[in-house]
Structure formats: C-alpha cells, structure tokens
Design a protein around this ligand. Structure first.
Ligand code: HPA
Length: 270
C-alpha cells in the first residue's frame, strides 16, 4: 500500500492541500475542533485514492484542509482503528500522506480510560510516554528502510518542548491537566478487572485503542508529536461498573472545549 503514496499525495495536492504545517488527528467524540478551522477543502476518505476505505463502505471520515490559528492544517476527522479490521499499515497510512504533504508536527487526540485513579473523568492527560499493546508494529514491513530508519528511537516519542507549551497554556487557561503513560490495546472490547490491574502494574496511567501506531510512524518520519487523552471513564477494578460507550462519547464531548483551547493555543505558538 505504501508504494501508492505518490498517487494519494498528488490527488490531494491537486485538490488544493498545499503545504500544511500541522497535521491533526481527531479522536472519538472529539470532532468539534473542525468548527474552528477556516475550511478550504475537504474530501471523504472513500474518495481518496489508496486510502484504507477506498474499497470499504465508510461514510463519516474526511480529510480537511484549511487555516487554524493562522497556520495551514490538515485534519483527519475520524481515524482508522485495528479493531475495525484495518491493519497497522492501513491505520498509519494517513500519517505518511500528511508528512508527504509537508506537515512538520502532528497533534493527536483520543478518548481513554483513567487507570491512575487520581485522575477524574472529564479531565485531560498529556501523553508523555506510551506502552504498545497492539501486538505488532506499523514498521514491520518489507522495505521500511526506504521511508526512514528501521530501528526507530523511542526514547522520547512525544516532543518535550510541545508538552511544556501545553502545560503552560493549561495553567494560563485554568485547565486541570495531567501527564502520564498511555497504553494502547486493540479492543474493541473494554478491559476486564484483571486487565485494568495488569495495566496499572505495568505503569499505564490511561488506556485506549488508538494513537500509538500513528505516533510510532510519526517518529519514523521525524515529526514532532503532541498527544492528548480525554479521560472518559475511571477504570477502578475494585468498583467496576459496566461501561456504556455512549457515556464515553458524551464525556469526550464535555471535555472537548478544553482540548480545543489547548490545540488552538499550541498551534499559534508553533
Ligand atoms: N478502555 C479502553 N479504551 C477506552 C476506555 C477504556 O476504559 N475508555 C475510552 N477508551
């Protein structure tokens, strides 16, 4: 699939996706940032040549190009997940496309469960580090070295300068913010009580079903990465109630204004 990148990128450039500086991936229930973008172009994923959905029925997702906080951005409204049946290469293909379009930084949002019980639902966590529990790597393919190094350094996958900027923006805007380790699982089932205990033991502060594959590829391509988790539920194995996915989506929407402020102010400073 990667060998078809040029076709995808040429199609988008012809559509006017010219020289975006920043790429943004919006997570579950976190689509409202798009209302802040002065949109110049938008294309449904299933119209983009070689995009993972080109052959699959998928109506919602689209790629948007425009200006946000004075910068040209390309926004993924909706992402691909391994739990939908996509491969790790499919899930990360759009990151390679955005890099070829010209982005230098990638901002990512997701919804996650709080493993650290000092964190409350509705709050935001800056991802400082991650644990890949997706059972594979988006870099494990023949010819990966044509696109970057094979043995990609992961000593600091999230840009420390961007993290400091977001912490300052949060303080200036009285937004409660945490920093921690995000564990990425395949899903789509939620975790058992034993799995939540395990995640805590191995050092996770939050758990979700996305982000890490895209961040690995962003590091392969030497993009600067900043990722925020909206904490949508509290994963207390000793008091675990059945999780309702609609509650998770509603909680993400509640925290969204804060996430929008953080992203917008950060983009101004890039
Ligand atoms: N587990 C996994 N993914 C999630 C959760 C969770 O508790 N909450 C939101 N996404």
């Amino acid at each position: 699939m990667i060998k078809y990148l040029t076709d995808t990128v040429d199609y988008l450039k012809n559509k006017g996706f010219e020289n975006p500086e920043v790429g943004i991936i919006l997570g579950t229930g976190l689509g409202q940032l798009i209302n802040e973008v002065e949109i110049e172009q938008e294309v449904s994923y299933n119209h983009i040549p070689n995009f993972p959905t080109a052959t699959v029925e998928f109506h919602k997702g689209k790629l948007v190009y425009g200006s946000l906080a004075g910068k040209k951005v390309v926004v993924m409204q909706g992402r691909f997940h391994v739990y939908e049946g996509y491969s790790l290469l499919d899930v990360t293909y759009p990151v390679r496309v955005m890099e070829q379009l010209g982005i230098k930084s990638l901002l990512v949002s997701n919804a996650a469960g709080a493993i650290d019980l000092n964190f409350n639902k509705g709050e935001i966590m800056i991802i400082d580090d991650h644990i890949n529990l997706q059972g594979g790597s988006p870099l494990a393919f023949h010819g990966v070295e044509k696109y970057g190094e094979r043995f990609v350094d992961m000593s600091a996958p999230y840009d420390q300068d961007l993290i400091k900027k977001v912490e300052k923006i949060a303080t200036d805007n009285s937004i409660d913010i945490h920093k921690g380790v995000y564990a990425s699982v395949v899903g789509p089932q939620l975790e058992t009580r034993a799995e939540y205990r395990y995640l805590k033991t191995i050092g996770a502060d939050a758990v979700g079903m996305s982000t890490v594959p895209e961040v690995i590829v962003a590091n392969h391509l030497k993009l600067k990465v900043l990722a925020l988790s909206v904490l949508t539920d509290e994963c207390d194995p000793d008091n675990l109630k059945p999780i309702d996915i609609n509650e998770i989506i509603a909680m993400a929407a509640k925290a969204e204004p804060h996430m929008i402020t953080l992203f917008k102010e950060l983009i101004k400073q890039l």
